[in-house]
Design a protein around this ligand. Sequence first.
Ligand code: SAH
Ligand code: SF4
Ligand code: F3S
Length: 457
Amino acid sequence: MPTTVIKDAVRTLRLYNVITGPMKKFYIETFGCQMNAHDSEKVVGTLMSRGYEQVEEPGDADLVLYNTCSIRDKAEQKVFSRLQEFKRHSKGRVFGVLGCVAQQEGEKIFERAPHVSLVCGSASYNRLPELLVQIESGQKRVTGLSLDTEDTFETPLTRRDNPHRAYITIIEGCDKSCAYCVVPFTRGPERSRTGTSILEEAGELARMGYTEIQLLGQNVNSYRDPTPGGPDFARLIRQMGEVPGLKRVRFTTSHPRDFVKEIVDAIDENPVLCNHVHLPVQSGSTSVLKAMQRLYTRDDYMRRIEWMKRSPRSIAITTDIIVGFPGETESDFEQTLDLIDQVEYDSVFSFKYSRRPNTPALALDDQISEEEKTRRIMILQERQRGIQMRRNAGYIGTIEEVMVEGFNKATAQWIGRTSQNKTLNFNHAAGGIGAGQYLPVRVLRAGPNSLVGEGVN
Ligand code: SAH
Ligand code: SF4
Ligand code: F3S
């Protein structure tokens, strides 16, 4: 965001506080996925427009907020240990729990952490201003927990953390019901924004100087404009690719069932659309996919991979995999290993299956032991490491365009990101370089997780 815009906004807010009294301070900590990160940016905007000032330390704040994740048990436990750590500093402070643990646990949070006053799930963020009024008037326990919503959460003022790359949530919630997953319970049903409002926001962001936009959704490609005749996802990304000023448009996460060939065609035809697709497979075994209620077979998934492999733009493909889903046999697991060999992913996020409240998989017999899950995930990660080494080595000698993200003092190198979403650290002889610039960089070395190169003059 240009500094003049920030200064104007801050000046307006200060003025507002001359009337309403001393500025209240808030601290927010965010766990979980990019949707949560972006929700927090919108919550920050909402609070700032009510005259709150953001601080970096919870100890300096009047209002402490945790925007939480409950995708795996560990993530949920982290939230409660954070709340516990701050219990002794609770005097005179208001604590709020937002996000997926808030929605999942609801009022039970007040029992477990009595110093909490606000519990609000993401489907109720539109009610935050009203809930804040109740808190400000001294109410001790306030909740926003309805999932009965057709709204999406949009705010007039969003405080974005990165001055060059902006997130836009285009679809909220999830209508699938994968047997292991809490998201349908924590984020409610699918709601898409109108294409017009998305394109307007993108245009506005481009005019403010953002050059990269990342479209977000739990299943981003299930997007469907709610107005009759409005764009589907493939058409929306084509339109996004035409917004003047944008150099890169990304999107995540794509669900294989709704991943149509037109998405690959759109990427093929417009270099503004980044050549990277995150397409979580979860398992390489059709019978496990069926038990997971994933709505596609291994063959369906591989067909989508083939579309991308045939693209002239060399699309980087990344995925998520769960090991140790109930009933996963050694042979099922070997099919997952075989699938990663076939696809040759650029990166894999792998997780040990975690039992989650309310989910259908809770009732399944044949749970896999923790030791066995650990064994499988280690084999998977080792195998994938070799694949990434080989794939990344293939970039040595090529010239890639990066967006500069910053400078790493420890290595004295610039940090760049390619369209394929690979980190490319580089030295540059010329001066005058800064974050947000786009530069050509020659790749000299490759590791499993990043590339190293030098700027091309
Ligand atoms: N909507 C996306 C996934 C979002 S959740 C999709 O359907 O592809 C992000 C990832 O967390 C999932 O892809 C899955 O790999 C992992 N995950 C979700 N629930 C999990 C659980 N109960 N145990 C372990 N991993 C889980
Ligand atoms: Fe969870 Fe499945 Fe929905 Fe993804 S599609 S958010 S894994 S229920
Ligand atoms: Fe976590 Fe909720 Fe995102 S469970 S991964 S924060 S949708």
